[in-house]
Design a protein around this ligand. Structure first.
Ligand code: RVP
Length: 486
C-alpha cells in the first residue's frame, strides 16, 4: 500500500558524529550562539519553561553562565513580572533606591545591628526622612559601640564624610572610588544629596566573576519567558518588565489559531518572539516569516507521553533537521527542545541544525531548580514533572496541551510526574554539559557553532553499535559526573 511507503525518522541514538581531522582543542572551541534574531548567548543552552525547572533562581544561574533560563508560565502574571525583575536586578551595578537597606540617624546601635543582620547587609547609608544622605554606617563602625554603648545612636557612630557618586557611574569608576577611599559601598545620589541607589563592592565582584554571563545592552542578565499563544496580557507585561525573549509555549504550534495568535503577539512586543514547538518542514514554513526563532520538539521530552497518548510525534534529530532546512536560509535560529540526556545528544542536536538546545530533566535535579529535595531509600531526589501532567495542569498549565474540560476534572495528560536524582549546582551541571559539547566540536574539528553545523556529518548506528557506545561488559564502580546508566 502507498500508505505504508513511509519515510524514516531518526533520533539521538540512531546517529553519531563522524570523527574528522582536527586541530581544535576543546578549550578553544567557541560555543557562543544566537537564540533568536537579536539575542546572543555565550553558551548554546536554555533551561526549560517548566514549573520544576525554571524560576528566577535557575534563570539567574543560567544567564550568569552565559545561557538563558526560560521562566515557566504556571504562575500569575504579576508573579511573572516580579520573577523577571529578580533576574534583571540580580547583577545590576546600581541597586535601586527601593531595594537599598537604609538606617535612620536616631536608631540605636543595637537596633541597626539587628536590622542589618535581618536584611543580610553589612552596612547601610544613613538617611533622613527626605532621603538626604547624612552618613554611612557599617559593621566596623558599630563594633566598638556594641559592648559599651548599645543605646548610642547611629548619628554618633556613623561615618559622616560620605563618598557618593551620580547615577551614570560605570563599574570601573565605582571600583576605583572604592579602592581609593577603602570603602565597600558608594551611595548614588541626585542633586548631590538625595539617595537614589547604591553600588556595593560585593555586587561589583559578583559581576566580575561572571565574565561569561549573557547580558543585555544595559549589562543586566538576559531572561526568557514562556507565554501561552493566547496570553497577550502576559506577553505585554513580560515585555514591559524587560524580558529579552518570549517563547510561545505550545505543544503543537502548527495549529493555525496558534500561529495567528503568535503573529499578533509579535506585533505587540519589542522582545524577540520564539515560536514553538514544531517538528516538520511544513510547520517551519508557516512561521519562518515572522518568528525570531523556532523551537523544535514534538514528544521527545523525558517526562512526555505525547507520542504514546496521541500517536503523533517526530524523532528529534529528523525534526531538528527538517526545521533547520527551512529556518537557516532565512537566518532564523533553531532551538532543539527535549530528549537530551547526555552532552553527546546536545552536540548531535546542533549538528542536525540547531543553534541552541533546551533541557528540562538535566537541570531539574539542581539546587537552583524550584522544589524541595526529597529522600527516598537514603538517596536524594527532586520532583520533575511534565507541564502536561495532571499535577502541573491542575496548577494552571492545562492550555499548553489544550485538554482541560470546563471544570478541569477530566484531563487527558500528555506528561508524567517523576523524581530525578539531586545533582548539586547548576554551574557544575553546565560545566559537564558544555564541556562534553566542546569535546564533540574537537572530534569534528570545528572551532565555532556555525562552523560545526557546516562541517559535522552523521553516521547511522545499528543496535549493536549503540550497545558498544555505552560502557559494556563491566560493572560500574564509581559514578561519573556526566554518565549514569539508564
Ligand atoms: P527533557 O529535557 O527531555 O526533560 O524535555 C524537556 C521538554 O519537554 C520541555 O522543554 C518541553 O518542551 C517538554 N515538555 C514539558 N512538559 C511536557 C509534557 O508534560 N509532555 N513536555
Amino acid at each position: 500500500s502507498q500508505k505504508l511507503a513511509v519515510p524514516e525518522a531518526l533520533t539521538f541514538d540512531d546517529v553519531l558524529l563522524r570523527p574528522k581531522e582536527s586541530r581544535v582543542e576543546p578549550d578553544d572551541a567557541d560555543v557562543s550562539t544566537r537564540v533568536s534574531k537579536t539575542v546572543e548567548l555565550n553558551i548554546p543552552v536554555l533551561s526549560a519553561a517548566m514549573d520544576t525547572v525554571t524560576e528566577s533562581g535557575t534563570a539567574i544561574g543560567m544567564a550568569r553562565e552565559g545561557g538563558l533560563g526560560v521562566l515557566h508560565r504556571n504562575m500569575e502574571i504579576e508573579k511573572t513580572v516580579t520573577e523577571i525583575e529578580r533576574v534583571k536586578r540580580a547583577d545590576e551595578l546600581v541597586i535601586d533606591r527601593e531595594n537599598v537597606v537604609t538606617a535612620n540617624p536616631d536608631q540605636t546601635i543595637a537596633e541597626v545591628d539587628r536590622m542589618m543582620g535581618r536584611e543580610g547587609v553589612s552596612g547601610a547609608p544613613v538617611v533622613d526622612d527626605d532621603d538626604t544622605v547624612l552618613g554611612i554606617i557599617s559593621g566596623t563602625d558599630i563594633r566598638p559601640f556594641l559592648e559599651v554603648g548599645e543605646t548610642d545612636h547611629v548619628r554618633e557612630a556613623m561615618t559622616d564624610e560620605v563618598i557618593t557618586a551620580e547615577e551614570d557611574i560605570n563599574a570601573r569608576d565605582a571600583l576605583e572610588l572604592m579602592y581609593e577611599y577603602k570603602i565597600e559601598r558608594v551611595p548614588i545620589v541626585d542633586d548631590g544629596e538625595t539617595l537614589v541607589g547604591l553600588v556595593t563592592m560585593q555586587g561589583l565582584l559578583q559581576r566580575r566573576e561572571n565574565q561569561n554571563a549573557a547580558r543585555d545592552d544595559d549589562g543586566r542578565l538576559r531572561c526568557g519567558v514562556a507565554v501561552g499563544p493566547f496570553e497577550t496580557d502576559r506577553a505585554t507585561a513580560a515585555d514591559d518588565a524587560g524580558a529579552d525573549v518570549l517563547f510561545i509555549d505550545c505543544a503543537h504550534a502548527h495549529n493555525l489559531n496558534v500561529i495567528e495568535a503568535a503573529r499578533e503577539i509579535k506585533q505587540e512586543v519589542a522582545a524577540d518572539v520564539v515560536v514553538g514547538n514544531v517538528g516538520t518542514t511544513e510547520a517551519a514554513e508557516e512561521v519562518v516569516d515572522f518568528a525570531d526563532g523556532i523551537k523544535v520538539g514534538i514528544g521527545p521530552g523525558s517526562i512526555c507521553t505525547t507520542r504514546v497518548v496521541t500517536g503523533a510525534g517526530m524523532p528529534q534529530i529528523t525534526a531538528v533537521a527538517e526545521v533547520a532546512d527551512v529556518a537557516a536560509p532565512e537566518d532564523v535560529p533553531v532551538i532543539a527542545d527535549g530528549g537530551i540526556r547526555y552532552s553527546g545528544d546536545a552536540i548531535k542536536a546542533i549538528a542536525a541544525g540547531a543553534d541552541a538546545v533546551m533541557l528540562g530533566s538535566y537541570f531539574a535535579g539542581t539546587e537552583e531548580a524550584p522544589g524541595r529535595v526529597i529522600t527516598m531509600n537514603g538517596k536524594k531526589y527532586k520532583q520533575y514533572r511534565g507541564m502536561g501532567s495532571v499535577g502541573a495542569m491542575k496548577s494552571g498549565g492545562g492550555d499548553r496541551y489544550l485538554k482541560d474540560d470546563e471544570d478541569g476534572e477530566e484531563f487527558v495528560p500528555e506528561g508524567v510526574e517523576a523524581a530525578t536524582p539531586y545533582k548539586g549546582t547548576l554551574a557544575s551541571e553546565l560545566h559537564q554539559l558544555v564541556g562534553g559539547m566542546r569535546s564533540g566540536m574537537g572530534y569534528v574539528g570545528a572551532e565555532t557553532i556555525p562552523g560545526f553545523k557546516q562541517r559535522s556529518e552523521f553516521i547511522r548506528v545499528s543496535a549493536a553499535g549503540q550497545t558498544e557506545g555505552h560502557p559494556h561488559d563491566v560493572m560500574i564502580t564509581d559514578e561519573a559526573p556526566n554518565y549514569s546508566p539508564d
